[in-house]
Design a binder for this molecule. Sequence first.
Ligand code: HEC
Ligand code: HEC
Ligand code: HEC
Ligand code: HEC
Ligand code: HEC
Ligand code: HEC
Ligand code: HEC
Ligand code: HEC
Ligand code: HEC
Ligand code: HEC
Length: 325
Amino acid sequence: MNRTHTLLHRLIAVAALWPAVTLGQATAPAAEAKPAAEAPAPVEYSKKGADTCLSCHDDDHVNAIFLTKHAQPNDARSPFGKGQLQCEACHGPGGNHTKKVKKGESRPPMVQFGRKAVTPVAKQNAQCLTCHEKSMSANWHAGPHDANNVPCAACHDLHAAKDPVLARSTQPDVCYTCHVAQRGEFLKPYAHPVKQGKLACSDCHQPHGTTAEKQLVKSTINQTCYECHAEKRGPFLWEHAPVPENCANCHAPHGASNPGMLTARGPLLCQSCHSQQGHPSLSYGPAGLPGGTGPTVSTIVLGNCMNCHSQVHGSNHPSGATLTR
Ligand code: HEC
Ligand code: HEC
Ligand code: HEC
Ligand code: HEC
Ligand code: HEC
Ligand code: HEC
Ligand code: HEC
Ligand code: HEC
Ligand code: HEC
Ligand code: HEC
């Protein structure tokens, strides 16, 4: 028997000693209870709470809940706090689900969670929101996940000692189950170190919904970037207009094939805004060239625009107007 297993069972033993729930007053949310196809949904809470459930459901996955914040007997708000409904706080009243099933009849289902569960998503999430409505903030219902019927349990695994979505190193894989394209972006050669577990999606996005575009943690892309790259905020004596406007004018926020996570390489990036007329794309050629028809040497020959315009994010040098110093 491994250590985890022993620990689990010790916790179960502790759980069994907890005072049984007072069940007299507890009633089912009758208006919400949706009748299942085969059998009516259970309406009565079990007299012995979790013990009833564990008499049939006693495996490592189910028991792992005792290692989480949801099974804190000393936290009155927790499902296992004093006077709470334990398993049924989430799964709804056990009723006939917990009884022997007669031949030919099927066991009435409990509230089930996840993307594939028979319980409608609105009902699943309502179970969680009875306790979490406040901590979710007002924007959950305005966000794209609720609007697209994503259940809490698509992201959260509650029967696990560590909910993977809450840790930087394991969170991205949870998001990639639906956001497949983003996995590819973070695998590009120049990317934010999400793959390395240094950053998580939730460092930039609020998965519970916000009014900001793209569900960013701050109101704009730039405000989000300044959280970690504060030096790019300035103020600069000489600003480069596209920088305060939007970092994504030049950078792909997730990752890119170009060094520095740039959306295009070297001169091409600059030339997407700066025309070839006059100097901008062409530097002054070597002296003595015949014709005198203007600049003759491509900056591509001389190297990248940044070789001279090194202060591309803005300059504080008195003579940095052209971002060269
Ligand atoms: C008498 C045995 C028994 C008891 C007691 C019992 N269950 Fe079940 N439960 C089952 C069986 C068997 C299934 C398998 C599916 C079925 O028959 O509907 C099941 C299925 C479930 C499922 C769905 C599992 C899935 O695969 O998604 C949940 C959730 C559940 N039970 C929760 C509970 C909870 C919570 C309690 C306590 C209130 C409880 N059960 C008490 C026998 C029991
Ligand atoms: C805080 C809410 C919550 C509580 C409390 C809770 N569950 Fe669950 N349960 C879930 C969610 C969410 C899932 C979906 C899958 C997951 O998170 O692992 C689930 C899945 C299940 C399943 C189906 C998956 C499996 O492993 O077979 C069973 C059975 C189950 N729970 C039984 C129980 C029992 C028994 C208890 C009490 C000891 C309990 N649950 C307490 C939220 C809860
Ligand atoms: C009976 C009330 C109750 C219900 C129902 C409930 N929770 Fe909780 N939940 C809590 C409490 C209390 C905490 C601990 C909060 C704290 O420590 O500040 C918590 C914590 C959490 C956490 C953070 C865990 C951590 O390790 O930090 C998540 C995620 C969560 N709940 C999700 C859910 C989801 C999803 C559901 C529905 C399947 C659900 N909860 C149902 C009371 C509840
Ligand atoms: C799209 C994925 C996703 C969905 C859907 C989701 N969550 Fe979360 N949740 C997260 C992530 C990621 C975190 C960690 C946030 C962080 O670290 O800043 C989190 C954190 C939490 C916490 C811990 C406290 C906090 O706010 O940081 C609670 C409680 C919680 N979620 C409850 C819920 C409930 C209840 C639902 C459904 C109504 C839900 N979540 C739906 C991804 C999700
Ligand atoms: C069960 C599937 C699912 C999971 C898991 C999921 N999402 Fe989503 N997400 C969606 C859907 C559906 C939308 C709305 C449609 C869209 O924009 O693709 C959405 C929208 C978004 C958006 C807004 C996109 C926009 O264009 O405005 C962001 C940001 C996002 N999700 C981030 C996350 C993060 C971060 C996680 C993991 C913590 C996550 N999602 C997990 C399904 C999911
Ligand atoms: C460093 C910050 C940052 C991190 C980390 C991050 N994102 Fe984003 N994400 C952004 C920004 C900024 C945008 C908006 C891009 C735009 O509009 O040009 C965005 C856009 C999105 C979109 C909308 C799709 C689109 O093309 O507009 C989705 C979905 C998304 N991110 C999911 C994720 C997921 C999943 C993760 C984690 C695996 C993640 N993001 C990590 C900053 C980040
Ligand atoms: C939560 C912190 C965080 C946020 C927010 C953030 N970054 Fe980063 N960024 C990092 C880290 C960490 C690195 C990797 C630094 C390293 O490896 O030295 C990085 C690297 C970069 C690099 C590449 C540097 C190089 O040398 O290749 C660029 C460009 C960048 N970030 C731009 C952005 C932009 C644009 C945004 C806003 C969309 C943003 N960052 C938001 C933390 C963040
Ligand atoms: C006009 C295009 C452009 C815009 C807009 C832009 N950058 Fe950059 N950024 C660059 C270029 C070019 C480099 C590479 C410089 C080099 O290779 O020397 C770079 C490099 C970086 C680096 C890594 C090297 C360093 O200087 O730290 C970070 C971080 C960065 N940018 C963040 C940002 C942030 C944050 C914003 C928005 C406030 C932003 N950038 C807006 C062009 C831009
Ligand atoms: C998204 C468009 C855009 C991109 C990309 C861009 N710029 Fe600019 N740049 C501007 C705008 C707009 C101004 C302000 C022009 C003005 O004030 O007349 C400017 C100003 C400048 C100036 C100062 C000109 C002056 O007269 O003060 C220099 C130098 C410059 N950019 C260099 C670059 C370089 C080098 C790159 C590539 C790393 C680049 N720009 C990429 C839009 C862009
Ligand atoms: C060999 C160094 C060098 C290179 C390479 C270079 N520049 Fe310049 N650039 C300068 C200098 C010096 C000035 C200031 C000229 C002046 O004041 O007349 C300047 C001025 C500018 C101006 C302001 C022009 C104006 O009319 O005021 C822009 C915009 C500009 N460069 C864009 C670019 C772009 C885009 C590239 C790359 C395609 C580039 N430069 C490559 C040295 C260079």
